[in-house]
Design a protein around this ligand. Structure first.
Ligand code: FAD
Ligand code: NAI
Length: 477
């Protein structure tokens, strides 16, 4: 066995890990990144959950299915006629795999460009030494002065119902369904449930979503969640709230094989849902499998997350942790920001992540995006606020696009007018939210946005108008 020395060893090559590695290399450190994800041929596939079975492939399928839906319905309104519309699911999945591969290859290129030593395999702690930590990978032992853990998360299974990825699917199987199922069940109406449910509904599946909580999208501003619920129901997504899921069984034989889900509905009535495939999307659990955390006494909490302080320091000197494996939202951009901040802290700089301005986006149609606090949070905190909303129905660009569902909503401090939250449901909400993030980062007031010139006709005018609405002076509504 040979030992190789590094200033920084990053374990995990997802958005938290590979970005930490790049930033550390930019800062002049000698960096190694270890990632165990395998592509279909057993080769390296860096990028983690996000690139391989998360953000990227889900958005590829959302795009394909949205094209299909537009071709089937929206095109006719534009006078575009189409005959014999069909979907080749295999081709759609192959395109998605191609997009994933481009991203995997892009990260391998970035490792080379930044002179990062990439190791394909599982990294695990051997022991702490005077000079840092020994990390085993394949047949080698690496010595790192500093270690950044970015080992991500895995899908949570229902107790007693492991994922078989053929009938009971995690996000992984949900992205690989080989043909449009006639009936698809989804447990959990969170982000994955709604995004993946939307993909397969658009392609023709009858989709039923069973949600345990009595409220729909409880973390989202209530007014926005209500509007989204209305839109999804109109599209034909069946969402049952307040259910209690019971036994889940794979039933039937051969082509008739499917899944039956016993549950109690909100009225307490016993029900059974029979579907061809079932996606279970009830949250994710931090992943420290294989790290051999015990060898060095790394502290985990009761959920299995690595315990860190506000600056991503673990209980071990020189060991940091970022992304899904620590507290906070499980989002790729949050992982990336933490990765950058940690590399900068290792270099003695003042890396910073503003947790109050991390945007959320749900890539359904309409898209849902928000930053900052919801109206219900402000009420609960007893904070005096003003609200302003503007519907896309009154926005010229949205009308031209033929996509007028939804609104932009501003929440601002009643006394100072500082923006406290911005919530959007509607077209391109994922892009529009950036303006609000920038504004909040600079502690702007609603009046600041209201006085900025926005291009016409553009969806962003709805943002300006919602800011004007805070002061009850919308111009176009
Ligand atoms: P991960 O991306 O999970 O990467 C961890 C990596 O570490 C993996 O490659 C893993 O194999 C590797 N690893 C673990 N242990 C070891 C070890 N001991 N040795 C070597 N390697 C190891 N977030 C968004 O912001 N936007 C989205 O649109 C979005 N869409 C999503 C869609 C789906 C279906 C899912 C499931 C998630 C989505 N997310 C999205 C969440 C996002 O994927 C995660 O927040 C993000 O990937 C977390 O990054 P990470 O670097 O912490 O961990
Ligand atoms: P989630 O936390 O978003 O939603 C899980 C849902 O399942 C909740 O509504 C919860 O009440 C419900 N639930 C939990 N247990 C249940 C049970 N036994 N029966 C019925 N319902 C139950 O989790 P999800 O959708 O699995 O996604 C995991 C995470 O991945 C997200 O929270 C997010 O951090 C990330 N993600 C982000 C995306 C994005 O940014 N666009 C897209 C997809 C995932």
């Amino acid at each position: 066995m040979s030992t190789k020395n590094f200033d920084v060893i990053v374990i995990g090559g997802g958005p938290g890990g590979y970005i930490a590695a790049i930033r550390a290399a930019q800062l002049g450190f000698n960096v190694a990144c270890i990632d165990e994800w395998k592509n279909g041929k057993g080769g390296p596939a860096p990028g983690g959950t996000c690139t391989n079975v998360g953000c990227i492939p889900s958005k590829a399928l959302l795009q394909s299915s949205e094209h299909y839906e537009h071709a089937g319905h929206a095109f006719a309104d534009h006078g575009i006629g189409l005959k014999d519309l069909s979907i080749d699911v295999k081709k759609m999945l192959a395109r998605k795999d191609g997009v994933v591969k481009q991203n995997n290859d892009g990260i391998l290129y970035l490792f080379k460009k930044n002179k990062i030593a990439f190791f394909h395999g599982r990294g695990s702690f051997v022991k702490a030494t005077e000079g840092g930590y020994e990390i085993a990978v394949n047949d080698e032992v690496l010595l790192g002065k500093q270690v950044v853990l970015a080992t991500g998360s895995n899908a949570r299974a229902l107790p007693g119902t492991p994922f078989d990825e053929e009938f009971v699917l995690s996000n992984d199987g949900a992205l690989r369904i080989g043909e449009v199922p006639a009936k698809l069940g989804v447990i959990g109406s969170g982000v994955i449930g709604l995004e993946m449910g939307s993909v397969w509904r658009r392609l023709g599946a009858e989709v039923t979503v069973l949600e345990g909580l009595p409220t729909f999208l409880g973390a989202v501003d209530e007014q926005i969640a209500k509007e989204a619920h209305k839109a999804f129901t109109k599209q034909g997504l069946k969402i049952e709230l307040g259910v209690k899921v019971g036994e889940i069984a794979v039933t039937g034989k051969g082509a008739k094989k499917g899944v039956s889900v016993a549950y109690t509905n909100a009225k307490g009535e016993a029900q059974t849902l029979a579907v061809d495939k079932l996606i279970v999307s009830i949250g994710r659990v931090p992943n420290t499998i294989g790290l051999n955390a015990e060898a060095v006494g790394l502290k985990l909490d009761e959920r299995g997350a690595i315990v860190v302080d506000d600056e991503c320091r673990t209980n071990l000197p020189g060991v940091w942790a970022v992304g899904d494996v620590v507290r906070g939202p499980m989002l790729a951009h949050k992982a990336e920001e933490e990765g950058v901040a940690v590399a900068e802290r290792i270099a003695g700089q003042h890396g910073h992540v503003n947790f109050n301005t991390i945007p959320w986006v749900i890539y359904t149609s309409p898209e849902i995006a928000w930053v900052g606090q919801t109206e219900q949070q402000l009420k609960a905190a007893g904070r005096a606020y003003k609200a302003g909303t503007f519907p896309f129905l009154a926005n010229g660009r949205a009308r031209a696009l033929g996509d007028t569902t939804g609104m932009v909503k501003f929440l601002a401090d009643a006394a100072t007018d500082e923006i406290l939250g911005v919530h959007i449901v509607g077209p391109m909400a994922s892009e529009l939210i950036s303006e609000a993030v920038v504004a909040m980062e600079f502690k702007a007031s609603a009046e600041d946005i209201a006085r900025i010139c926005h291009a016409h006709p553009s969806l962003s005018e709805a943002t300006k108008e919602a800011a004007l609405a805070v002061d009850k002076r919308t111009l176009n509504f």
